[in-house]
Write a protein that binds this ligand. Structure first.
Ligand code: ATP
Ligand code: MG
Length: 482
């Protein structure tokens, strides 16, 4: 193992090891951080395993907090680290898992090897010590190098113990471009139904990591081949082999996988790509000439996204963003539609989401069929991207709150009572500035409002005088203009 592939421990982690060892305990860095270092990737969190019992750790490290005493875990605050702390867990060998989630009993042990043996996959059963080096009794480093996913011990037993490992298997394959060993895949197929007992939150976290992995297609494919897809994402399972119209070279399933991989690694975008076409299963129609049509599929896909994300306990805010992108993903724009059409799109999706929608469009287009160098669609896409950049930079008014006057201003100027009519008038003005952002000044808006209210030219002239008086520093007069 090249030395530069071993973890470079942050000083606070080295310090922890030294403090535990000078009190006579064994201590190692374990798990994900060691694995990630071997493939030269920044680790997400640092875990330390020790022979010290939790109460001994707490006594020795006064700053430590009990965070999972039952499982032997305390957390040592480390503000300089991303996670804010280091988890220190007593070496343990787990008893049987009854609920497929937690071992019924854990027994503490003095032995690092027994501790590594309870871990799920060989690539996670690694320990590192700055002087003793890598401790790898199950061959995890070789498996990583040969890109192979193996369980520690019998695959069937290990997957049955904690069914979340079924999804973890897919996620690790996606993160490290691994192939599951034959026995692991067979055990996955056999035990796939057990996943339904795993909580939505745990499934969600694994799905998110899978989607954000380096090779999400591999993870999704393995969910399917391992028999997990009908449980986790039934709508993707249903899209397998679903033929499409002629512009598409691939089935909905395969197109989806490509689109997910073609988006940047952002959870909202990856989820939007995952769901964007899944309504096609339900929308599918065939016309008299045998052409396939999918009318209204974006709306159906958005409904599927909403219900799936709800079932998987994703936060509401994130779900709403995904649903918005999915619902709007079929927007039409070509350069000849001009800037007003683009401003209307901006008004519909919001300035904070337009770029994401365009990124989704790019991923969608790139996944229709093999890309040819001077693809007309890509040329249009590039014009769209440039136009959107220019548009966002110019910050045009697109919403009521962007208008150069408020509802209160309209009520005062036209003696309108509060009510929906004021809102409607504001919306009409928004339409006016969407047509031409140069109209967004007070005077022009008051004139436009007068014409919408149909109070005629005379009033319009009066508005001009009011605005002029305001400009001259005189107060807005109470008028009897109607
Ligand atoms: P991540 O990169 O997501 O942090 P990780 O492998 O570090 O991945 P953690 O949840 O941080 O995952 O767990 C730390 C270690 O604990 C793992 O590397 C593994 O050794 C062990 N572990 C975690 N979850 C399980 C599980 N469900 N079954 C067995 N061992 C597990
Ligand atoms: Mg970790």
């Amino acid at each position: 193992m090249p030395a530069d592939r071993l973890p470079k421990l942050p000083p606070c982690v080295t310090d922890l090891l030294v403090r535990l060892e000078s009190a006579g305990f064994a201590a190692w860095v374990v798990g994900g951080a060691v694995r990630d270092a071997l493939v030269d990737r920044p680790g997400r969190d640092w875990d330390v395993a020790t022979s010290a019992r939790p109460e001994q750790v707490l006594a020795l490290l006064p700053e430590a907090r009990p965070t999972g005493l039952k499982y032997g875990t305390v957390t040592v605050p480390a503000p300089e680290l991303e996670g804010g702390g280091v988890e220190v867990t007593t070496f343990r060998s787990d008893g049987a898992y009854v609920d497929g989630r937690h071992p019924v009993e854990v027994s503490f042990t003095a032995d690092i090897e027994a501790d590594l043996a309870r871990r799920d996959f060989t690539i996670n059963a690694l320990a590192y010590h700055p002087e003793k080096g890598l401790f790898d009794p199950f061959g995890g480093a070789a498996d990583l190098a040969r890109r192979r996913l193996r369980t520690v011990g019998d695959p069937g037993e290990r997957l049955r113990e904690d069914a979340l490992r079924l999804m973890r298997a897919c996620r690790f394959c996606a993160e490290f471009r691994l192939r599951p060993a034959k026995e692991v895949l067979q055990a996955m197929r056999r035990h796939a139904p057990l996943l339904s007992a795993v909580s939505a939150e745990r499934q969600r976290d694994e799905l998110s990591k899978l989607l954000l992995a380096e090779d999400p297609r591999r993870g999704l494919r393995l969910l399917r081949v391992g028999g997990l897809l009908p449980g986790v994402l039934p709508s993707l399972a249903a899209a397998y082999g679903l033929r499409q119209s002629r512009v598409h070279a691939y089935s909905v399933y395969y197109h989806t996988l490509k689109a997910v991989a073609a988006t940047p690694p952002d959870l909202v975008l990856r989820l939007a790509a995952l769901f964007h076409d899944l309504g096609k299963t339900e929308a599918r129609l065939e016309d008299s000439e045998g052409r396939l049509l999918f009318p209204g599929h974006a709306r159906l896909s958005a409904e599927i996204a909403a219900s799936t994300l709800h079932r998987l306990a994703y936060p509401r805010r994130l779900s709403e963003l995904v649903v918005l992108l999915v619902r709007e993903h079929m927007f039409h724009w070509t350069p000849k539609d001009g800037p007003a059409a683009l401003r209307r799109l901006l008004a519909r999706v919001g300035p904070e989401n337009l770029q994401a929608l365009v990124a989704l469009r790019r991923a969608d287009l790139l996944s229709l069929r093999p890309v040819i160098p001077d693809d007309h669609r890509l040329a249009v896409l590039e014009e769209l991207e440039a136009a959107v950049q220019g548009l966002l930079a110019s910050r045009p008014p697109v919403r009521r709150q962007d208008l150069a006057l408020t509802g209160r201003d309209l009520m005062e100027a036209f003696h309108l009572p509060p009510g929906p009519a004021v809102g409607r008038l504001l919306d009409q003005l928004v339409e006016d500035v969407l047509d031409d952002p140069a109209r967004n000044d007070r005077e022009t808006l008051l004139r436009l409002a007068a014409s919408h209210l149909d109070v005629g030219d005379e009033f319009s002239a009066q508005v001009g005088r009011v605005v002029q008086r305001e400009k001259d520093g005189q107060p807005f007069p109470p008028g009897k203009n109607r």
